[in-house]
Design a protein around this ligand. Structure first.
Ligand SMILES: [Cu+2]
Length: 750
């Protein structure tokens, strides 16, 4: 191992990691990255062997030394070619399961957590069960009350995507054979009930719990790893971190590094490992304190998800997703009570346990999956690294028929063909004749969506019945005669309330993005009142056949035949009490933007520059930032800026700067995420966008934690680095890209 690798890391922790590798019976993926740091050929060799040497050599892709002899493009295409995906069985009764609407998580009473063997607290060693980490800021340090305490166990459990019967089909849409765990084969045409999928979830559910948070009231979550327990003796299949470790990131809380799920932190402090392993616990402290203590920095909808280095995609796909709407009680502005403040839709009930629920304020989590067809070979380069020896891959797994399917290294990112909302495929929701607030979250690995509200006289038809095959079957249903019937009023994006609402016909949702909307179910866009029993479909019109980028969407031109219904709204009764909410006019100020210095252009020459690009080494280092794979022991270095400097990605606490994030490739999009503070896009492709609405990215006007980078785009963002010190990360939120090294470390220094 090279000296470079060991920088900032103790011999002891490295030694422990190699022991673990030996225990796991294979080379860890982190080791592969290490070899990469020592020399590209070494990494390529390991990657090639893991991937299947004979196959590569048959294809003329292995040199005499066993390293890849191919260009990255040929290699990438080979990987893509080899990675076949199953076709999910067709759901026969869509829009019959109700949309699950989460209830607020229940806090742990003080009487209970005071009796824990290790109580949450501000002292040295009290941040995790490892006893070597401390909360940087305890609520009392900022004049806040003690945190509300939650306990979420990370558990093995089951999940049903549908209760409907399904018809097994092949990629041509023809009925095909199916299987079960006992080895039975069912003839083509046999309708089946789906087996339950095994998940790793917060409290064993998908989506996991929802914390309704409030500014000024900190929350502390004790995450405990119980993934080693398997009381139902469930088959764990071949994805999810093989060592059963996890790491939780509250995306994008203004959170100290020890509670933020940063792999950059985690590898160096606390667990000194990629995540928290079984029987370990950590207390993530979410202060619910806006950056700088400023109202203008308040957010409105966060989510928490796994961030375990190298396996974030598979852990998230396996269920580690939770929700975190955050309300602002100051002057009643946005406190979940539509009679006060901005009068956004919401009827609040305070629960005796200290939590509260808000009716008519509904999170919608979008997640695409694939279900095993029993005949697709499970094979990717990681199978050669001993990650799941019991699966004996490459192999088919008829015993897993109908359960969720995932492979770690889909070269272009993973897209599913079964679309779910709040964990249910094609659900239905009965709505009152009133206004609703919907909080949209894309929790998918790589899929982007574009949503419209549409009506139809003929209703949905299965894509199979319309003659589609192959990738065009994705989404399973279409509405050939759909017409837009309502508009969305956007009130927030990932950074919180927008300065002003935006009225939109449709909007895109990229991975990890949040966008919030008011929908008025009393009337259509032409003013006609709705009537009881009317049906409106939330429809995906953005087609994305693989993880590269969308194939058709409004900005480049829609495929008029691609209208996939995802959620059916049925108009119900008038509400039992009046709707006191108000639809904000386009001129209504929701939340003013934070201060931007008038002379921000003066900072351009000294900006930090990060370019994201597909690498030439392939394998574990497929996706790079500034030509480098993620290295948790170091901070990244900027490309040379106009001032001729290449600064380290270090910022003084309470400073501000411009960072340029650039997509160096023309073939892919990247949803690029920066931890810890919201930013504001000030330039896109060389154009100053501070003055108004950007044509390509309309809500660039607000604060964000994700930059949507179209192919070859460049953005310059302005952001602060306030309140905390220590290591953080920034990374692509196409989780296949993140897990294959498109991430960099940066830090805030005292
Ligand atoms: Cu990416």
């Amino acid at each position: 191992m090279s000296a470079k690798v060991q920088r900032g890391q103790s011999e002891e922790s490295l030694g422990r990691m190699s022991d673990e590798s030996a225990e796991a019976g294979g080379v860890t993926r982190r080791t592969v990255l290490r070899l990469g740091a020592a020399g590209g050929a070494g990494a390529a060799l390991v990657a090639a062997q893991g991937f299947g040497g004979p196959l590569l050599s048959q294809r003329g892709l292995l040199g005499a030394d066993g390293a890849f002899a191919a260009t990255s493009a040929a290699l990438g295409d080979t990987l893509f070619y080899i990675e076949a995906f199953p076709t999910s069985p067709l759901i026969l009764s869509p829009f019959s399961d109700p949309l699950p609407i989460p209830k607020a998580a229940v806090p742990v009473p003080k009487s209970e957590y005071s009796a824990w063997a290790k109580t949450p607290g501000p002292g040295p060693g009290e941040q995790s069960s490892l006893g070597n980490s401390q909360h940087q800021i305890w609520p009392s340090d900022i004049g806040y009350p003690d945190p509300i305490v939650y306990k979420f166990d990370v558990q093995v459990d089951t999940h049903a995507f549908t209760t409907s019967q399904v018809l097994p089909i092949d990629s041509s849409g023809r009925p095909t054979a199916s299987f079960d765990v006992s080895g039975t084969t069912f003839a083509a045409g046999t309708k089946r009930t789906l087996p339950l999928s095994t998940i790793y979830g917060f409290n064993g559910t998908f989506p996991g719990p929802m914390i309704n948070a409030e500014y000024g009231k900190p929350a502390l979550v004790r995450f405990r790893n119980r993934l080693d327990e398997n009381p139902q003796n469930l088959d764990r299949q071949d994805f999810g971190a093989p060592d059963l470790s996890f790491l939780t990131h509250l995306h994008n809380g203004h959170t100290a590094p020890e509670s933020d799920g940063n792999p950059h932190y985690t590898m160096r402090y606390g667990p000194q490992y990629e995540g928290y392993r079984p029987k370990m616990s950590c207390d993530n402290l979410y202060l619910n304190w806006p950056a700088g203590g400023l109202d203008a920095e308040k957010q409105s909808f966060l989510w928490f998800h796994d961030h375990r280095m190298d396996h974030t995609g598979s852990n998230v796909y396996k269920g580690m997703v939770g929700l975190y709407p955050i309300y602002d009680p100051k002057n009643g502005l946005d406190m979940g009570d539509e009679r006060r403040g901005l009068r956004l839709p919401g009827v609040r009930t305070n629960n005796p346990d200290g939590s509260f629920d808000v009716k008519y304020d509904v999170p919608l989590v979008f997640f695409d999956a694939r279900l095993d067809d029993g005949v697709t070979t499970h094979q990717d380069m990681h199978d050669g690294m001993g990650e799941f020896p019991a699966a004996k891959n490459p192999a088919t797994h008829p015993e897993w028929w109908g359960k969720s399917f995932y492979k770690h290294f889909p070269n272009h990112g993973f897209v599913g063909d079964l679309f779910t909302v709040n964990g249910t495929a094609y659900p239905v929701m009965e709505v009152k004749r009133r206004k609703y607030r919907f909080r949209f979250l894309d929790a998918s690995i790589a899929r982007c969506y574009e949503f419209k509200l549409m009506s139809s006289t003929q209703g949905p038809k299965s894509s199979v019945s319309l003659g589609y095959t192959g990738d065009e079957l994705q989404g399973q249903y279409r509405i050939p005669d759909a017409q837009q019937c309502m508009k969305f009023t956007q009130i927030a994006n990932d950074g919180g309330l927008l300065p002003f609402p935006l009225v939109r016909d449709s909007f895109e949702l990229w991975p990890a993005k949040r966008r919030e909307f008011i929908v008025d179910f009393t009337k259509y866009q032409d003013g006609t009142p709705t009537t009881k029993g009317d049906v409106i479909y939330l429809t995906n019109v953005g087609k994305m056949l693989n993880g590269r980028k969308m194939d058709s969407y409004s900005r480049i031109g829609l495929d008029p035949a691609y209208m996939v219904p995802m959620l059916k709204f049925v108009i119900g009764d008038n509400p039992p009490v009046p709707d006191y909410s108000q639809m904000p006019a386009p001129t209504k100020m929701l939340r003013p933007l934070p201060y931007l210095p008038g002379n921000w252009q003066n900072m351009l020459d000294n900006r930090l520059i990060f370019e994201v690009q597909r690498g030439s080494a392939g394998g574990e280092m497929e996706w790079l930032v500034n030509g480098k794979a993620f290295e948790p022991a170091t901070v990244a270095t900027s490309l040379k800026n106009k001032a001729g400097l290449t600064p380290l990605a270090q910022q003084r606490k309470n400073s501000f700067n411009l960072w340029e994030i650039r997509n160096g490739g023309g073939g892919w999009i990247h949803p690029f995420h920066l931890h810890m503070e919201e930013h504001r896009v000030v330039m896109r492709n060389g154009q100053d966008v501070t003055g108004g609405v950007s044509a390509t990215h309309p809500d660039d006007t607000g604060r964000e934690d994700l930059i949507n980078l179209d192919p070859s785009e460049s953005t310059i963002i302005y952001r602060g680095f306030r309140d905390f010190v220590g290591p953080y990360v920034a990374h692509c939120h196409n989780l296949a890209h993140e897990d294959h090294a498109m991430m960099f470390g940066w830090e805030v220094t005292p």
